[in-house]
Write a protein that binds this ligand. Structure first.
Ligand code: ATP
Ligand code: MG
Length: 277
């Protein structure tokens, strides 16, 4: 934990009369892809916002690269569920704008070239001059992905980035993100409700109990070999055991564990499991 790039140390979020979650401890290593899974309302978005520096925890702190998070940073790019593009800008301008925030002295021509290249990497060359209103949901989300990768953040934060898309588009974008992340050896933290998405992308999957007063129940280590492809994921040895384990948590154990954690459960070291390994 001490050597993790991101170290989440005992964070809690409380509102008057309600504790959303507390005593959350985990780390994210450099180059690691961590997914957070749990039922609606357990506080996943809140955790991500705290990692982004958009919200402050009621307790505890988050250390990134040895320093406590004080606020948002271009070192940590967020891909939101909605695309969050600027509607008056073209796809290229949206990416170039983010780049200009990162590289204050970059000449315009270079910003444009870098933006074009980022769009090309997600297959959007033809849409560079279109505004968000002229793009499909999947294309908008692609622009958001291009923008996040363009600024080469130290950490990529994603809050259910594909959940609003149809299954076909979602699958294509999952494969694309998997490719971009492995090319860049990108450190990433992602919230998802899609178990197969977590299995495809994650090195470790954090399971949260149901709220209120949610906790980190378990850390599932994904030992399936890489590269992983959506089309052949189900053929990998260990896939079914892993999937069953996470589904069983979501269907039964997330609720049972919310009623009472095991006596030997330690918030600083949630049990690590390797189903199917
Ligand atoms: N101002 C507030 N006062 C009280 N409770 C709040 C407030 N804002 C948020 N909450 C509660 O905090 C909890 C966590 O919200 P959060 O959006 O982080 O959940 P989530 O796990 O991301 O859910 P989902 O899967 O639906 O996106 C929710 O139960 C919500 O009702
Ligand atoms: Mg959420």
């Amino acid at each position: 934990m001490n050597h993790a790039y991101v170290s989440v140390e005992g964070i809690a979020r409380r509102y008057p009369g309600a504790t959303i979650f507390e005593d959350l401890w985990f780390g994210v290593n450099r180059g690691e892809f961590v997914c957070l899974v749990g039922h609606s309302g357990c506080g996943k978005t809140t955790v991500l916002n705290i990692l982004a520096g958009l919200e402050k925890p009621s307790d505890g702190e988050v250390i990134v690269d040895g320093q406590a998070i004080e606020g948002p940073s271009l070192d940590r790019a967020v891909i939101f569920q909605g695309h969050a593009l600027m509607p008056w800008m073209t796809a290229e301008q949206n990416v170039a704008f983010a780049l200009s925030c990162r590289h204050k002295d970059m000449p315009r021509a270079q910003l444009r070239d870098a933006a074009r290249e980022a769009l090309e990497r997600v297959g959007l060359t033809a849409a560079a001059d279109k505004k968000p209103s002229q793009l499909s949901g999947g294309m908008k989300q692609r622009v958001g992905i291009a923008r996040a990768f363009a600024i080469a953040p130290k950490m990529l934060l994603m809050d259910e980035p594909f959940s609003a898309l149809d299954a076909l588009t979602r699958g294509a974008l999952q494969d694309e993100v998997a490719r971009l992340v492995s090319e860049a050896d990108q450190t990433a933290f992602m919230i998802t409700h899609d178990v197969d998405e977590a299995i495809l992308l994650a090195d470790r999957i954090l399971l949260m109990t149901n709220g209120p007063d949610a906790r980190l129940a378990e850390v599932v280590v994904n030992t399936l070999p890489r590269p992983r492809m959506r089309a052949t994921l189900h053929k990998l040895p260990g896939y079914h055991a892993l999937r069953e384990h996470i589904l069983d948590f979501l269907i039964t154990r997330s609720r049972l564990m919310a009623q009472g954690l095991p006596a030997d459960w330690n918030p600083r070291h949630a049990p690590e499991v390797r189903p199917g390994a």
